[in-house]
Design a protein around this ligand. Structure first.
Ligand code: F6R
Length: 236
């Protein structure tokens, strides 16, 4: 695992965007795995300046809430449209359907779709305060594939800032599994935000345990962790 510490959020965003552009340049077909949340917003802003680079690119998002309409202001579909998809003409954008009648079938369909696309070349991840990646909460099996999850209280509280109140935050989501994420050829884990210094400490120095999902990344052959020193501000 390669670790890069950058001075601030702007540098993190520029670094991540440059890695993404490097990944898609010179290929007529690339597959990106994308994340939502606050961390990649600056990266997506940067990418909006290069719309012509993404014409042959397919994307798969990590996760989606269950029970929110696609058009709800808090759905990840709306988030991705506003941040990126409305501005950059990709070949194809995929997000799990959190309103599917048969959620189990939807999970299988999503896995198959990723496989049929040839697999994810570069997966962007953010880090949850509790070590989650995607919505894989502590104690999710490292063997998991796309599945339905109950969101932890910590995660619902962390995400409540986008909703009217915590009561409006969904209790379930669909997420790519940890095994699904680990099958990506390359992974870029972006870490920014207050309250994450303990998680970073544990990621860099802790042991591998399902109790801390991001710890599995030590076993991936090509992971880069980028840490925004100003916003994370810890002793790691
Ligand atoms: C989002 C996702 C989550 C976030 C994580 C960090 O699609 O899968 O794992 O990456 O919760 O969120 P932020 O960036 O808001 O701190």
């Amino acid at each position: 695992m390669k670790t890069i510490i950058v001075e601030n959020y702007q540098k993190l965003s520029a670094y991540a965007a440059e890695q993404i552009i490097k990944e898609v340049d010179g290929t007529d077909h690339a597959v990106l795995g994308l994340a939502t949340g606050s961390t990649p917003v600056g990266t997506y802003e940067y990418l909006r300046n290069f719309p012509e680079r993404f014409k042959g690119v397919t994307t798969f998002n990590l996760d989606e809430y269950i029970g929110l309409d696609k058009k709800d202001t808090n759905s990840y579909w709306t988030f991705m449209k506003e941040q990126l998809f409305n501005h950059v003409p990709f070949q194809e954008n995929n997000i799990p359907d959190g309103n599917a009648d048969d959620l189990k079938a939807e999970c299988h369909r999503y896995e198959a779709q990723i496989r049929n696309s040839g697999g994810i070349d570069l997966q962007i991840l953010g880090l949850g305060n509790n070590g989650h990646i995607g919505f894989n909460e502590p104690d999710t099996s490292f063997d998991s594939r796309t599945h339905v999850v109950d969101l932890s209280e910590t995660t619902r509280q962390a995400n409540a800032r986008f909703f009217q109140s915590i009561d409006h935050v969904p209790t379930k989501a669909i997420t790519m599994g940890i095994h699904t994420i680990m099958e990506s050829k390359r992974i870029l884990l972006l870490v920014s935000g207050k309250g994450k210094s303990d998680a970073v400490e544990r990621l860099l120095n802790g042991r591998m345990t399902e109790d801390f999902p991001a710890s599995i990344l030590h076993h991936h052959p090509d992971v880069t962790v980028v840490i925004d020193q100003e916003r994370v501000a810890g002793k790691f």
